[in-house]
Design a protein around this ligand. Structure first.
Ligand code: SF4
Length: 264
């Protein structure tokens, strides 16, 4: 067979991570695009790009359909870029979310593309890929970092051996970078004790985290059968408030205190 024969890329193969031929705009696996949000980057008017894929399997995951990278992209990068170019007067940032968006090897190219349009760049991550996060940090203006648990309970929350080490490496890289950030933890009373939350908070405070938000478990989208969540005690909130200069709670019902940060 001639080695000069042209290569053709079957449609599905064009989206494979390791395919060396398809341009990144065709490899990126977009699950959804939200053209305007004020909650995904607190204080910023953002568009949000949701990417497929996550190596972890948290029991309380609200987007389990994003864990596997098997669905065709819901929209094209070209369509998103067209919308973003029309909205530069309305938006000031683009946030990449998931899933775990660093799963997608096209992410750095997409971040550079929105930078070139003049947008500030944000990322939601759990830190599953510290090496990829290290390469992204110079491109980012803000990171929302999802911390899952204290070290002893990390793997039981994520269902992934070694996840605590990866998350802590990523957290340290983020804090050393100086990129603005918010650390947040989803709390389900049957999955994590209040003592475990405080142990995680103590470690974060020691590392220098300034802004921490406790997010109450919300059942929307969750497909696993979980024991009932019984709420957050006032004692836990008081204890957390002593550990961070900026602390807030996002309640499951959205009130009161959703998105509110109390500073000291
Ligand atoms: S890290 Fe996030 S996207 Fe991945 S399984 Fe956990 S909650 Fe779901």
């Amino acid at each position: 067979m001639s080695t000069d024969a042209p290569r053709t890329i079957p449609v599905q193969r064009a989206f494979d991570d390791d395919h060396p031929v398809a341009p990144w705009q065709e490899r990126i696996r977009i699950s959804a695009f939200v053209p305007f949000s004020t909650v995904d980057w607190p204080g910023s008017a953002a568009a949000v790009v949701f990417l497929q894929g996550c190596p972890w399997r948290c029991g309380y995951c609200q987007n389990p359909q994003l864990q596997a990278r098997i669905d065709p992209p819901s929209t094209s990068w070209q369509a998103i870029e067209g919308t973003l170019r029309q909205r530069t007067n309305w938006l000031d940032s683009v946030v990449f979310s998931g899933g775990e968006p660093t799963t997608d090897r096209a992410l750095p190219d997409a971040v550079r593309a929105v930078m070139d349009m003049g947008y500030r760049t944000g990322l939601h991550t759990g830190g599953a890929y510290p090496e990829r996060l290290a390469g992204l940090l110079p491109l980012l203006d803000w990171v929302g970092f999802d911390i899952k648990a204290d070290a002893a309970h990390y793997d039981s929350i994520t269902g992934a051996p070694g996840s605590a080490l990866r998350a802590m490496r990523s957290a340290r890289l983020l804090l050393a970078s100086g990129v603005a950030c918010e650390f947040r933890m989803t709390y389900h009373s049957a999955l994590l004790s209040e003592l475990a939350v405080l142990r995680a908070a103590d470690l974060l405070a020691t590392l220098g985290v300034r802004r921490f938000v406790l997010q109450e478990f919300r059942p929307e989208g969750v497909t696993n059968a979980l024991a009932p969540h019984t709420g957050i005690s006032e004692r836990l909130l008081r204890e957390l408030d002593t550990r961070f200069p900026l602390f807030g709670v996002r309640r499951a019902d959205g009130n009161p205190g959703c998105g509110q940060i109390s500073g000291r």
